[in-house]
Design a protein around this ligand. Structure first.
Ligand SMILES: *Cc1c(COP(=O)(O)O)cnc(C)c1O
Length: 495
C-alpha cells in the first residue's frame, strides 16, 4: 500500500535522476584536459597561420561574398566540430574586408592587436575574475586602478584624479560629458542655453554623447580653425563672449589631441587658459593621439593637456591594443563618482573598501569585461620602451610620407602634427571638380589593389586623400609601397 512517505521518496528519486541526467547532458560545457587540448590545437594553429601570414595578406580584401557563408552555420541543438568552425572563421571573418592591424592599413585610424594582449584576454576570460567591484575582485580592480593612475601620470593629472577603462573612446567621451553636465549642475531647463565649443573636426561621437546624455538641445559652436585645422583660441574667446552677451551659458570647451580626420592637435595650452578663465569645463579628446605622450615629440605637441578637467585616450589606438579599450580620466575623481555611483540593496555585501575605489562607482558599467589584463600584461612584460620606439617611428614615417608625397606632386599641408597626412592630387590648371574625381579614382584603385589601404575625406569641401600611420606593424617598406602605388596612379592619370 502507498503511503504519503513513499510517494515523497519516489518523487525525490525522480528529481535526483533528472538532475543527474541534466548534469550529464551539460558536461560538454566543461571539457576535460584532453578535450581542451583538442580544442586548443586548431585554434592556436589558426592564430599562428594568421600571424605568419599577416605580412603578405592584403590590408583590404575585396570579396564578392563578404562573409555571407557564416549564415550557413546553423546554431542548432547540437554543435559542429571545432575544425569546421575554425575554417569558417578564417574564410568568413578573417578574410573579407580590412585588416586593421596589418602594416599596409593606413586608412581611418589603424588598429593594433598585440599578441601579449591576446594572451591576457585568454587568461582574463578563463579565470573570469570580476572587475567591477573591489570586494569580489580585489586584484582585478587594483590592476584597473593602477593603469588609470599610470595614464593619469602620463597626462599630468594630480593625485585626486580618477577614471576607468571603457570599451572605447565613444563611451569614454559619453562618461566625461555626463560628468561635466552634473559638475556644472545643469538640469533639463538649462540645456537649451548651455553651449559647447569645439571645431567642425570634432569626432561625431561627441554629438552622439550630448544626445545620449539628454542634452541634444545644447548649442554646439564650431569655433573657427587655423590653416592646419586647429581651433583658434582667439576665436574661442570671441565666441564665448558673444554667447555670454546673448544670455547663453558657456559650459564646455572640447579640444582634440589629434583629430581623427587630419590628425590635428588643437593648441591645448592656450585653449585651456581660455576655458579656465571663462569657467568652462575643459575636455580633451585624445582618443587617437593620447599615447603619443610616451614620446618627446608628443609631450611637446600635447602640452597643456594637463590643464583639462577630463580627458579620453584609446589604448586600442595609440597603445596598439585590440579593439574594446578606452580610458576616461577626470581631474577630480569626486565628480566622476557623483555622476556614476549607486546604491542597490542586493549589493549590500560589496561594502565599499576604503582606499581602493571600485570601477562600478566610476562608470555606467557594473559587470564589466576584465579589460585591464590586456593593457597590463603587455606593459609589464615589455616595458614602455618598445611602445615609445614604435610611436616615434610612426611620427617619423608620417613626416617621411609627407615629404615624399609632396615630391611626387601632391598638395600637402604643413608638417603633420602627429601621424596623419592629408594630401590631394590637384596639378595646376586642373579644375577642382576634375581633381575631386581624380582623387576618388586614386582611392578606389588603391582599394581594389588592396596591398595598401588608405581612405579619403572632405576637407574644406574638397575630396582629399588621407593616410594614417598607427598600426605597430607599419614600417618604412609599407610607406614606400604606398608611395610606389601612388606614383603609378598619378602616372596613369597623366601626371
Ligand atoms: C576614434 C575616436 C573616437 C571614438 O573612439 P572609439 O574608440 O572608436 O569609440 C573619438 N574621438 C577621436 C578623436 C577618435 O579618434
Amino acid at each position: 500500500m502507498e503511503t504519503a512517505g513513499s510517494s515523497a521518496d519516489a518523487e525525490r528519486a525522480a528529481l535526483l535522476e533528472r538532475i543527474r541526467g541534466l548534469e550529464r547532458a551539460s558536461r560538454p560545457l566543461e571539457p576535460g584536459a584532453g578535450r581542451r587540448a583538442k580544442l586548443r590545437a586548431p585554434v592556436m594553429a589558426s592564430a599562428e597561420r594568421f600571424l605568419r601570414g599577416i605580412g603578405t595578406r592584403k590590408a583590404y580584401e575585396e570579396t564578392e561574398d563578404r562573409g555571407i557563408g557564416l549564415l550557413d552555420v546553423q546554431i542548432g541543438e547540437t554543435g559542429i566540430p571545432i575544425g569546421e568552425i575554425v575554417a569558417r572563421w578564417e574564410h568568413d571573418v578573417v578574410r573579407p574586408g580590412g585588416l586593421p592591424g596589418s602594416g599596409g592599413h593606413l586608412a581611418y585610424i589603424p588598429g593594433g592587436g598585440l599578441y601579449h594582449s591576446a594572451l591576457a584576454d585568454y587568461l582574463a576570460a578563463v579565470s573570469n575574475k570580476y572587475a567591477g567591484i573591489f570586494f569580489t575582485g580585489p586584484g582585478a580592480v587594483r590592476m584597473e586602478n593602477l593603469l588609470v593612475r599610470w595614464v593619469a601620470d602620463l597626462v599630468g593629472y594630480p593625485a585626486g584624479a580618477g577614471g576607468s577603462l571603457s570599451s572605447g573612446g565613444s563611451i569614454a567621451n559619453l562618461t566625461a560629458v555626463a560628468t561635466a553636465r552634473d559638475a556644472h549642475g545643469l538640469r533639463g531647463a538649462d540645456y537649451a542655453s548651455a553651449v559647447v565649443y569645439t571645431t567642425s573636426q570634432a569626432h561625431h561621437c561627441i554629438d552622439k554623447a550630448l544626445r545620449i546624455a539628454g542634452m541634444g538641445e545644447a548649442k554646439l559652436r564650431h569655433v573657427p580653425m587655423d590653416e592646419g585645422f586647429r581651433m583658434r583660441p582667439d576665436a574661442l574667446e570671441a565666441a564665448i563672449a558673444a554667447d555670454r552677451a546673448a544670455g547663453l551659458r558657456p559650459w564646455m570647451v572640447l579640444a582634440a589631441a589629434g583629430t581623427t580626420d587630419a590628425g590635428a592637435v588643437d593648441p591645448l595650452d592656450a585653449i585651456g587658459i581660455v576655458a579656465k578663465r571663462e569657467g568652462c569645463w575643459y575636455h580633451v579628446d585624445a582618443a587617437y593621439g593620447g599615447f603619443f605622450l610616451l614620446t618627446e615629440h608628443g609631450r611637446r605637441a600635447l602640452k597643456g593637456i594637463e590643464r583639462s578637467d577630463s580627458v579620453v585616450l584609446d589604448p586600442h589606438k595609440s597603445l596598439f591594443l585590440p579593439f574594446g579599450s578606452g580610458v576616461v580620466l577626470v581631474r577630480d575623481a569626486g565628480r566622476l563618482a557623483a555622476t556614476h555611483d549607486y546604491e542597490g540593496s542586493y549589493m549590500q555585501d560589496a561594502e565599499r573598501e576604503p582606499g581602493e575605489v571600485s570601477p562600478a562607482d566610476l562608470s555606467p558599467e557594473l559587470s564589466k569585461h576584465f579589460r585591464a589584463a590586456r593593457m597590463w600584461l603587455p606593459l609589464v612584460a615589455l616595458g614602455t620602451r618598445p611602445f615609445q620606439a614604435a610611436l616615434d617611428e610612426k611620427l617619423l614615417l608620417a613626416r617621411y610620407f609627407h615629404a615624399e608625397a609632396r615630391a611626387l606632386g601632391f598638395d600637402v599641408g604643413g608638417a603633420p602634427d602627429l601621424s596623419v597626412v592629408t594630401f590631394r592630387w590637384a596639378p595646376r590648371g586642373m579644375s577642382a571638380e576634375r581633381a575631386d574625381a581624380a582623387n576618388q579614382a586614386i582611392v578606389d584603385a588603391m582599394r581594389r589593389d588592396g596591398r595598401i589601404f588608405i581612405s579619403s575625406t572632405l576637407l574644406d569641401g574638397r575630396f582629399t586623400l588621407r593616410m594614417a600611420v598607427l598600426a605597430f606593424r607599419t614600417h618604412r617598406r609599407h610607406v614606400d609601397l604606398g608611395l610606389r602605388i601612388l606614383r603609378e596612379q598619378v602616372e596613369a592619370l597623366g601626371g
